[in-house]
Write a protein that binds this ligand. Structure first.
Ligand SMILES: C[S@@+](CC[C@H](N)C(=O)[O-])C[C@H]1O[C@@H](n2cnc3c(N)ncnc32)[C@H](O)[C@@H]1O
Length: 441
């Protein structure tokens, strides 16, 4: 792994405003694309020395670049006669970040061009490309979105998969929806209507509270008091399907960082929260503490765990997370078809063991934040073929406020980023999620 530059460099005192943020954004995009690391963690590491404003700018720059990577790359390719040599790959990343500012962000063109050219000039291996970067970015500034190729912002194989699963029109619409920024959804510990009113948010039919342009979440009213937590409206559905209530004992087998554990505990259920990742369980514990909620926490491999039997078992399985590309745009570029195959195999093993932990008559909910049928619909069909002692317990329209459009022919929840359309695009969309409710005979 290459040493990220912003970690090893201390910025000169008289540096242009925003230059450090742009350098960090380019470092983050480069590291994500090279090493496949999650963007949030990478940015966290690379922006530690920056002030809050520059941290926010770096995050916005990196996320916008990755969100629009497909069309930005195609644009650069269309404007350059020759590909940039491998040893100067950073030039391409810097130009991508520069072009993202010009086309998709509220940044003056001269600032986007000037800072990019300065950053290209910083290293001996890239300095020779200053003229190229200047010419290409100035042309983009002059001609604007008119020269942006009309191509998908995610890899071809991914979009082809969505087209095969949901039809050509939907595949394209999903791809476009995933290139938008997501709103901020909150789950209230209690009283969602009151929370919506207090924060000026919109109460969604399923009980989530939606905010736009909310800024720093920890500064929102009620954060320190543990009145709510951040959770996409679609991510809030699987726990609701268990119909959690006081007196129930529920195992949450892939629990960290605890969004669904918190929902189950807030509803009064006794929750056993299991995860194999100790650091992620530490986050779960801290989250529950902030919310004044409790769960029994177990660090274990849920494919082998022996416990229960439980009234309800939730498997919010590890998955490709392609449904969350609006929030985690790097997912489009860090996942490969082989990952889906290996994740599907892990999910099948999790389901097989979870089946043993459910009491007769109890409920098993399986969910993933993936748009890939291999991690959703097909996984459940294969499980039911092996386990005739389980049947689907279909979700009905209106249950928990879930509209008919989000329920497939088998009574499973299938949300898409194109769902929940709105005249104001800032309020539109949902993460792509799959959730099936099964009952043990
Ligand atoms: C999609 S995340 C869970 C998100 C969580 N349910 C929430 O709502 O906040 C999947 C989790 O599964 C955990 N995991 C992966 N493989 C596991 C296994 N074999 N046993 C237990 N946990 C596992 C990961 O550490 C990760 O925390």
């Amino acid at each position: 792994m290459k040493e990220p530059r912003s970690a090893s460099r201390s910025a000169p005192a008289a540096e242009a405003p925003g230059l450090a943020a742009r350098r960090a954004a380019a470092d983050a995009v480069e590291a994500v694309l090279e090493n496949g690391h999650p963007l949030e963690e990478t940015l966290e590491r690379l922006t530690r020395e920056l002030d809050e404003r520059d941290r926010g700018l770096a995050r916005m720059l990196a996320a916008t670049t990755l969100r629009r990577l497909g069309s930005l790359r195609a644009l650069l390719r269309s404007l350059m006669e020759r590909a940039i040599p491998e040893k100067a790959r950073r030039v391409e990343v810097l130009m991508l970040v520069g072009a993202a500012q010009i086309l998709f962000m509220d940044v003056p063109d001269h600032a986007a061009v000037g800072t990019t050219v300065t950053l290209v000039g910083e290293q001996a291996s890239t300095a020779g490309f200053k003229g190229l970067a200047n010419a290409v970015l100035r042309r983009i500034a002059r001609e604007g979105k008119a020269i942006l190729p009309d191509v998908a912002d995610q890899p071809e194989w991914m979009v082809e998969g969505w087209t095969a699963a949901y039809g050509p029109a939907s595949g394209e619409a999903i791809s476009r929806a995933l290139a938008s920024e997501a709103p901020l959804d909150l789950t209230a510990r209690q009283h969602p209507e009151a929370l919506a009113e207090k924060l000026g948010g919109r109460l969604l039919p399923t009980g989530s509270v939606r905010l736009v342009e909310a800024g720093n979440v920890t500064a929102l009213a009620g954060f320190n008091e543990g009145e709510w937590w951040v959770q996409d409206a679609a991510a809030a559905l699987p726990a609701l399907l268990l119909r959690p209530a006081a007196g129930m004992t529920i195992a949450d087998l892939c629990a960290a960082p605890g969004g669904k554990t918190a929902q189950l505990a807030a509803a009064g259920a006794r929750v056993v929260a299991v995860d194999r990742s100790a650091p992620r369980l530490r986050r779960l514990k801290a989250n529950l503490e902030r919310l004044s909620l409790a769960a029994d926490i177990i660090e274990a491999d849920a494919t082998r765990l022996k416990a229960g039997p439980f009234d309800g078992v939730l498997i919010d399985a590890p998955c490709s997370a392609t449904g969350t590309i609006r929030r985690h745009p790097e997912v489009a570029w860090t996942k490969a078809p082989a990952d889906i195959v290996s994740l599907a195999s892990l999910q099948a093993r999790l389901l097989a063991n979870a089946a043993e932990l459910v009491r007769p008559g109890g409920v098993l909910v399986y969910s993933t934040c993936s748009l890939e049928p291999e991690e959703g619909e097909r996984q459940i069909a294969a499980f039911l073929a092996l386990r005739p002692d389980f049947v689907r317990d279909p979700v009905v329209p209106g249950e928990c406020g879930i509209p008919a459009e989000w329920i497939n022919g088998e009574g499973e929840v299938r949300t898409l980023p194109t769902h929940l359309p709105d005249e104001d695009p800032r309020y539109a969309g949902l993460d792509g999620f799959f959730a099936a409710r099964l009952r043990k005979g």
